[in-house]
Ligand binder design. Structure first.
Ligand SMILES: Cc1cc2nc3c(=O)[nH]c(=O)nc-3n(C[C@H](O)[C@H](O)[C@H](O)COP(=O)(O)O)c2cc1C
Length: 209
């Protein structure tokens, strides 16, 4: 399959949560992480570490953590969805439906890729917060690579709220934190363009006011 151009990938890289159970070949998964690993890191420390989880037991444990995280976050909003200036109630409900679909199916998704950081010191919320800047560029590289290769993916964090539980499931040393969980598989939904605020609204030249 011919890969798509960079700008096409950026403008069509929606969070794809509904994924097929069909396995993704290992060489494609490695290519995703290799693309992620080309991203920059602060002081070029290259402390990003990546786990590709395919084991059924580990996936089920991560799925349970995701369920707890999503239920804690979404449950209070479900009965009273507020529109945003750029997203109607209907669109927000569709997004939440997809998040809930993923709660029910996360354990069946072929690969859960976990973006981690070797922190160089004992994991704590402050250290983890600062470390994120050196792994999110890699996450975005991975998402774009997945889109270009026709794979569905989405950045998620709600499974990773309880870092001690995550570390136990993934056998992480105490100096490693898990920053983002990216479920990857062939898409069930349709790819399409992202909807973002117009550039005129979010850009100024030189000073803000
Ligand atoms: C920092 C961050 C955390 C996110 N956490 C979750 C999550 O826990 N679960 C989820 O389903 N999506 C999560 N997302 C995905 C966002 O909901 C998604 O990127 C956003 O709604 C835009 O979607 P679109 O690209 O399809 O327009 C997260 C995205 C980011 C950047």
């Amino acid at each position: 399959m011919e890969e798509m151009g960079l700008f096409d990938a950026m403008y069509n890289c929606r969070a794809m949560r509904r994924l097929d159970t069909k396995p993704v070949p290992e060489d494609m998964l490695i290519k995703l992480v290799d693309a992620a690993n080309q991203a920059p890191s602060g002081s070029n420390l290259q402390n990003g570490r990546w786990l590709i989880v395919r084991d059924a037991t580990v996936k089920a444990e991560l799925a349970a953590l995701n369920r707890a995280g999503v239920e804690g976050y979404l449950a209070p909003q479900m009965d009273n969805i507020e529109p945003l200036s750029h997203q109607s109630v209907d669109r927000r409900r569709k997004m939440m439906d997809a998040v809930l679909w993923q709660v029910e199916h996360m354990h069946e998704i072929p690969a859960l890729i976990i973006a981690c950081m070797e922190l160089g010191t004992k994991r704590d919320p402050m250290v983890l917060g600062r470390a994120g800047g050196s792994i999110w560029p890699g996450v975005q590289n991975l998402l774009l690579a997945a889109r270009a290769m026709g794979l569905g993916a989405a950045p998620t964090t709600l499974a990773l709220i309880d870092q001690d539980a995550v570390a136990k499931v993934l056998h992480l040393p105490e100096t490693m934190g898990a920053i983002c969980l990216i479920p990857v598989g062939y898409p069930l939904g349709r790819f399409g363009p992202v909807t973002r605020k117009p550039v005129e609204e979010i850009l100024r030249f030189d000073t803000w006011s």
